[in-house]
Each structure stands twice: as C-alpha cells, then as structure tokens.
Write a protein that binds this ligand. Sequence first.
Ligand SMILES: NC(=O)c1ccc[n+]([C@@H]2O[C@H](COP(=O)([O-])OP(=O)(O)OC[C@H]3O[C@@H](n4cnc5c(N)ncnc54)[C@H](OP(=O)(O)O)[C@@H]3O)[C@@H](O)[C@H]2O)c1
Length: 323
Amino acid sequence: MKAVQFNETGGSDVLKLVDIPKPVPKSSEVLIKVEYAGVNFIDTYLRSGLYPVPLPCVAGREAAGVIAELGADVSPDLGLQVDDRIAVFSPGAMAEYMVADAKAVLKLPRDVSTKQGAAIMLQGLTAWTLCRDAHELKNGETALVQAAAGGTGGLLVQMAKSLGATVIGTTSTAAKAEVAKSHGCDHVIIYTEQNVEEEVSKLTDGKGCHVVYSGIGQATVQADMAMTRRKGTFVTFGNSSGAIASIKPLDLSKKNIRLVRPTLANYITEREEFLARSGELLDLVENGTVKVNFGAEYSLAEVGKAQEDLVSKKTVGKLIVKI
Ligand SMILES: NC(=O)c1ccc[n+]([C@@H]2O[C@H](COP(=O)([O-])OP(=O)(O)OC[C@H]3O[C@@H](n4cnc5c(N)ncnc54)[C@H](OP(=O)(O)O)[C@@H]3O)[C@@H](O)[C@H]2O)c1
C-alpha cells in the first residue's frame, strides 16, 4: 500500500511517499481502508521531533474510512462490522490502510460523511473537550479564542457560542477576520493591526476574559495570561509559535489564574469518556450547530506541502488529505 512515512526527524523533506506492506490488525484491532486523513499541527511536532516517536513512523493521527477487517477478538458489543463507515484518532493515518484499537473507532451516522468525520476527530474533539473539560464554559462568560479562523479555533468559536459565551477571536488578517466572524465571533481583533491586550481590556471593562484558549504557545503566553481575568482560566493547548519555555507559578497568584495544559488523548482515555464526548460532537455536527469549514484538499503525495501550508499562517479551516 502507499503511505507517507518518515525515517528521521526534520523538515517536511523527511516525509516520503513509500510502498509498504498493508498493516495486519491485532486481535483487538480493526483494519481501516482510509478515505480521508486530517492534517494537524501535531503531524509537524512528530515530524520535527518536538514530540518524540519511534521511527520509522507513518504520518497522520486522524482519519475516516471503512472497516476492511475485524481482529479475531473484537467484541460484538462494540457493534462494528466490515464496511462500517468510521472515524478514528490514531497513528498511521496518512496511508491507504491503517489499524486502530476497535474501542477507539467512532461509527459515523448516515448524515456525517467520511470527509467530515476525518475533519472532526482530532480538532473537533479537542475543541469540544477544551470547552467542556479544560474549562467548563458557562452561559454569559467571555472567551478569547486565538487563531479563530483556524481548524481548531473555528470549531471552538462555534462551540463556545453554542454554550452561550461571548467570543472574542484573533486573526492575522482582515480576510481571516471575516472567516472568524462567519464562525460566530462577537468581536475579532486583527493582531497585526491592533493591540490585542488593549482591545480585550476595552471589550471586558478592564476585567479580562473568563477563559483564554490559546494554541499559539510562546509568542502570546504573556498576553494570554494578562488577558485572563481574576479567577479565570488560561488554557494553553498548543505550540504553533513554539513551546512555552516557562511559566512561574507565582505569576498565577497575581490574579489567582488557573493554568491548564491539556492534550486530547488524556480526556478520552476511558471508553465512556470517548463515547460521551464524541457522541456530543456528532450531535453538534448532525444538527448543524457546528459546521466544518474546509480549507485546501491534498493528495498523499502532497502531505509535506500540506504541513508546510499549515505552519505558514496562510491557511483557514480544516486541511484534509484525500487518500
Ligand atoms: N492539545 C491538543 O490535544 C491539541 C489538539 C489539536 C490541536 N492542538 C493545537 O491547536 C493549535 C491549532 O492547531 P490547528 O491544527 O487547528 O492549526 P490552525 O489553527 O488551523 O493553524 C494555525 C494558526 O495559528 C495561527 N498562528 C499564530 N502564530 C503562528 C505561528 N507562529 N506559526 C503558525 N501559525 C500561527 C495562524 O492563524 P493567524 O494567521 O490567524 O494567526 C495559523 O493559521 C496548534 O497549536 C495545535 O498544536 C492541540
């Protein structure tokens, strides 16, 4: 089968389109014929070595397609069958076939396509756990969402609005600000033209936000903390500008801020957690509360370009690879 693999860490040139044997599912796994795979920032962290993984490694963590084979011990209680349409958050997605733990696959309802499924497993579940688990967003709260025209940010804005929050988004350009507004942002700050801290202060009567959601990392950490109100929550969930070097616990005491640094996997470790949050997410997509805004579509041969585009700040919405 064809797969995109890296044998060493580095730039996007370490990604190679290779022919490798189709994986064989273990007894508790399923073999998936992949139709779409999602492009995510984590792909770049794994490839660059920021998040170490054993090599060689097939790229990609998010996919959807159909079940091609069931392992011998996959429990009938899971209700899975060959040809079921499913989505999965699991390694090895940038390939014609992948294997995944049967307990980690999500059956897609009729109204959710495999393209949508591949787009929401990682960014969608992340965004939903950010506003349900990292900080349980309440009606009437004010949330700041950095990169509000991006994949995760765009979904997070829609979810935060559905929970009754006032949402302030940030983007780098006016064109992206329009995208952020279409997601439902009440206010958008273009950070290349405006002072974000000053604007947030004006919009919140100097109090700051109940929660700041930032996947930017090092470049905005000081501003993110400054824009979090007294007893508010600063959720730092990514490193798109680089990993945060250090935060001093004493700095949190200036306003009794709660600091949360979540990763999706640790919110859905237990099957009950996975089923609860993914079921809620599918409901949001099926009933139209959350819409996936697709950006560019790529082929397997273009995965390196897709990763370069994602880190270039030029993209909006969800980048997807059609297998
Ligand atoms: N913790 C988790 O489990 C988890 C899961 C999923 C994603 N994440 C994190 O969420 C963040 C967003 O991921 P995504 O895949 O949805 O990407 P994305 O938001 O679609 O793209 C990144 C956006 O971040 C903004 N940005 C600001 N400074 C940047 C910089 N120095 N380099 C690159 N981009 C910069 C850009 O928007 P502007 O042009 O508007 O600035 C860019 O378009 C990443 O940090 C990722 O690691 C974390």
